[in-house]
Structures are given as C-alpha cells and as structure tokens.
Design a protein around this ligand. Structure first.
Ligand code: SAH
Ligand code: SF4
Ligand code: F3S
Length: 468
C-alpha cells in the first residue's frame, strides 16, 4: 500500500533537540561518560551510532570501560536465543556496580524490548535497570534520558506501533571511511522462523531525496564507501507514492561525488529484479558482491519457511546473476535444523552450496522464537542432530571459501584501505570490491585510499598481498 507521509514531524525532532540542550546544561562542568554495547545486525549498529550522536550532543564522552560510565546502554537483538542470553548475563553483572554508584543510568533498548514478556522479565529480575525503550521511539531518547535523570524512577516506553521515520537526528559514526545508510525500516515477509517483522514493524522506505542528501553529505565529509541497509532492500520504494525502485536509487547514488563504493544488504531472492542485476552491472561504484540468503536448499523446507522461492528458482537466479555480472561474489545465510528438516532436506542444502559455491556462508542453528509459526511446529530437530549437520555444513563451506580465495593468488585487486590490521603497527587491512579482507604492508597515508594490491597468499577468511 502506498503511503503519503510517515516522517516524524520536524517540530517533534526540535523538541528532542531541546531536551539535548537541557541535558547538556545539566551536565555542564562535569565529565560524564557513556558506553554502548550493541548486539545483532547492522541496523542495530547504525541505531547505536544515532544514540552515540545524541549522547555526544548532550555532553557525554564515549568510553569503552563500562565501570567508568555514567550511562550504560545495551542495544539488544532477539533474532536467536543466544543473543538474548548474552544480554541477561551482562545485566546481571551490573547489579553490584549500580549499588555502588546509584547515579548510574542503565538503559536497555532494541529489538528484545519490543517483546512484552522480555520487558516484564527485566522489570522483575533486573530491578536496577533505569530505562527501557524500543525500536520505534529511538528518536525520543533525549526526552527519555531527561525524564530518567529528573524523576529518579525507572522509565519504560515501548511503542507497539509500526513506526515512522525520524530524519535529521544527530549521528556519530564509528568509522570515517565507510558508512551505513538505512534506506528502509521493517520487514513484511514473515518468514516462519523469524521475529524481525514483529519487533521492527512493517516496511517503510526513506524518501530518495533524504537518502541522496545524506550520502552527499557523507561524500563531502570524506567517506569513500556506503552500505545501504534494509531487511529486504529489493522492496525499497514499493510503499512510496513516487514510483522508485531500489535500482533507481542505485543509479541516483552512483552520481554522488566523493563516494567510491556502494554496497547494500540484504536482498531477498524472491524479488531480486532483472533491473537490479543490470544496475549492479552498470553502476561502476556498486561493488560486485551480493548477499543473497538462501536459508535452505530444500524446496519443501523453503516452502515451510514461507520464503516464496524454490531451490530451482534460486539456482536460476544465481545463474542469471553470474552470467550478467562476471566475478560477482556471492554470500548467503543458512539455517540448520529448521523444524521438520530431514537428512534428505539437509543433503539438498549441502548440494546447493556445492553448486552455487558461495564465497562465504553465515550459518545458524535454528532457534525457536516465541510468537513465530515455526516455534509451534511439534517436529523440532534434536540439538545433537542440528550440531552435527552444522559442523558438516561448515566443513563444506570452509573448503569452498578457501578454494575460491586460492584462485585469487597472483591477481591484482582494488582495495579500499581501512587502517592498521589488529595488533600490528606495520600491516594494514582493507577490502576488495568483492568484500574480501586483504592484509598488506603499508604506511599511515594509505587509510581511505583505493590501492592496487597483488594477492600473494590466501586463507579461508582473508588474503595477503603487496601494494603495487
Ligand atoms: N532480512 C534478512 C535477514 C535478517 S536476520 C534476510 O531475510 O535475508 C539474519 C539471518 O538470521 C537470517 O537470514 C537467518 O538466516 C537468521 N535467522 C533468522 N531467524 C532465525 C532463527 N529463528 N533461528 C536461526 N537463525 C535465524
Ligand atoms: Fe526475517 Fe525473512 Fe524479514 Fe529477513 S525477510 S527479516 S529472514 S522475516
Ligand atoms: Fe537482531 Fe533486530 Fe537485527 S532482532 S538481527 S538486531 S533487526
């Protein structure tokens, strides 16, 4: 359905900016610190950059030491159970700190909070939490912090609405070279295992002019690469009254000065259009990399998952992508042990991996999510079988990833230099257009530059080379 306007009104954004100013005045003269721990996907990482932007403007300084912080934030994920368990572990460990420093504000936000039972559980078991908010009212963070400071009581504000879009809020990006840009929020697909549509609401696309303006500004600030974010970028624009497709958006962003590389994720195979394939082929800045989650290689399981494509359709699509875009790197997500998955179904997943030859596969053990249709399926796969299949899958994929990387030895790749390699003072790191990590000897003027690197050696996860 087309929509006219879902933007948060400019006056509401101004109100929040007033709260930012008020908190800054309160904080005048004291050096207050914050720390944010982020769980989950790039969407959440980017939301944390928005929280950091607001906190910086309130006069707080970032620290990586939780113990020194005056505000501690957990931006949570609920896509799998282990992501949730980690958050509870961290919250439990903060009880003592809160006792010793009553002025400390402990806040939890993000996808987990969009589930009522989680909020109730935190209220009951983690009474030292001061502030709880959700994904739909992130832009109200300044007001919520102000109320927490002023009331001295716990503040809880979670909206169940499908949400709106807040533009023009401060953002503090972690990186100066690569930036995330959200193009759409929410998801309409309701894959039967997935909680995301319930906690992120329905699809809302940002207006093309807002996205282009943001990317222009990033180009002026010296950013070289952008990654466009959405749960399913292929349906970008379907809800806008001006008819814009994701391919159209790529052509518009291709023209932005300063930006050298454009990436995007995630693409749902069911609606990856031929126009998008042509856009990836024809836009010089759009990198030859496609993250195309397959989830399973069995048509029966795909149908149970409500993915709306068959094994054959996926293979046909991959064939078309490879024919049109030479050298494209393909990555994927796979769930192991979806309810009812038989050994034959799983063999089909292994088989399709060998046929497609993904560069990398992100593999997950199926995790039961309360409220999703698959959680009610009585045919759950026992843990040991899931783990055994998982290990088999990883062994097959690792071999393929290594073989693909081995083929690159001797070739020359364009690398965007990101900075020093971890734990090194001489080795630098960057990525190829196909998103592979390359380490090489370099010097401090390289970060932010595109360089040509000859690949000398390969591993499963990375490459080594020499700048030429
Ligand atoms: N919108 C993206 C995926 C977002 S979630 C897409 O559709 O491709 C990232 C990945 O988590 C999914 O691709 C899926 O492989 C995995 N995932 C989602 N729910 C899961 C669950 N209940 N158990 C295990 N893995 C899950
Ligand atoms: Fe979840 Fe499916 Fe939406 Fe991806 S497309 S977020 S897997 S429901
Ligand atoms: Fe997790 Fe929410 Fe992302 S559930 S995967 S952080 S959209």
């Amino acid at each position: 359905m087309k929509r006219a306007e879902v933007k948060v009104p400019a006056e509401e954004i101004e109100i929040q900016k007033d709260f930012i100013r008020k908190i800054k005045e309160l904080n005048e003269g004291s050096l207050l610190k914050y720390s944010i721990s982020t769980f989950g996907c790039q969407m959440n990482e980017h939301d944390s950059e928005k929280l950091a932007g607001m906190l910086n403007d309130m006069g707080y300084v970032e620290t990586d030491k939780t113990g020194e912080s005056d505000i501690i934030i957990y931006n949570t994920c609920c896509v799998r159970e282990n992501a949730e368990l980690k958050v509870y572990g961290h919250l439990g460990a903060l009880k003592k700190l809160k006792e010793s420093r009553p002025g400390l504000i402990i806040a939890v936000c993000g996808c987990m909070m969009q589930q009522q039972d989680v909020v109730l559980h935190i209220r009951k078991k983690y009474r030292h939490v001061d502030l709880i908010f959700g994904t739909h009212n992130l832009y109200k963070f300044p007001e919520l912090v102000f109320n927490t400071i002023n009331s001295g009581k716990a503040v809880i504000d979670v909206w169940s609405s499908t949400g709106s879009i807040a533009e023009d809020m401060p953002v503090e990006r972690k990186d100066g070279i690569k930036a995330w840009v959200t193009v759409m929020y929410g998801c309409n697909n309701f894959c039967s295992y997935c909680i995301v549509p319930y906690v992120r609401g329905r699809e809302r696309s940002r207006r093309e002019k807002d996205i282009v303006n943001e990317v222009r500004m990033l180009g002026q600030q010296g950013y070289k690469e952008i990654t466009l974010l959405g749960q399913n970028v292929n349906s970008y624009g379907l809800d806008l009254e001006e008819s814009k497709s994701f391919a159209d958006l790529l052509y518009s962003l291709e023209k932005v000065e300063g930006i050298e590389r454009i990436r995007f994720m995630t693409s749902h195979p069911k609606d990856l259009s031929q126009d998008l394939i042509y856009a990836i082929r024809d836009c010089k800045k759009v990198c030859e990399h496609l993250h195309l989650p397959i989830q399973s290689g069995s048509t029966r399981i795909l149908s149970e998952m409500n993915r709306k494509y068959s094994r054959e359709q996926y293979l046909e699509l991959v064939g078309r992508v490879k024919d049109n875009i030479p050298g494209i790197s393909l990555t994927t997500d796979i769930i192991v042990g979806f309810p009812g998955e038989s050994e034959t179904d799983f063999d089909e997943t292994i088989d399709i991996m060998e046929r497609v030859r993904f560069d990398t596969a992100y593999t997950f053990l199926y995790s039961k999510r309360t409220g999703t249709p698959a959680a009610k399926n009585p045919d759950q796969v026992p843990e040991e079988i899931k783990k055994h299949r998982f290990d088999r899958l990883i062994a097959v994929q690792n071999k393929i990833s290594r073989e693909i990387n081995d083929l690159l030895v001797g070739s020359v790749e364009e690398v965007l230099v990101e900075g020093l390699s971890k734990n090194s003072t001489t080795m630098y790191t960057g990525r190829t257009r196909s998103n592979k990590i390359v380490n090489f000897r370099g010097s401090s003027e390289l970060p932010g530059k595109l360089v040509k690197v000859r690949i000398d050696a390969s591993q499963t996860w990375s490459l080594e080379g020499t700048v030429i």
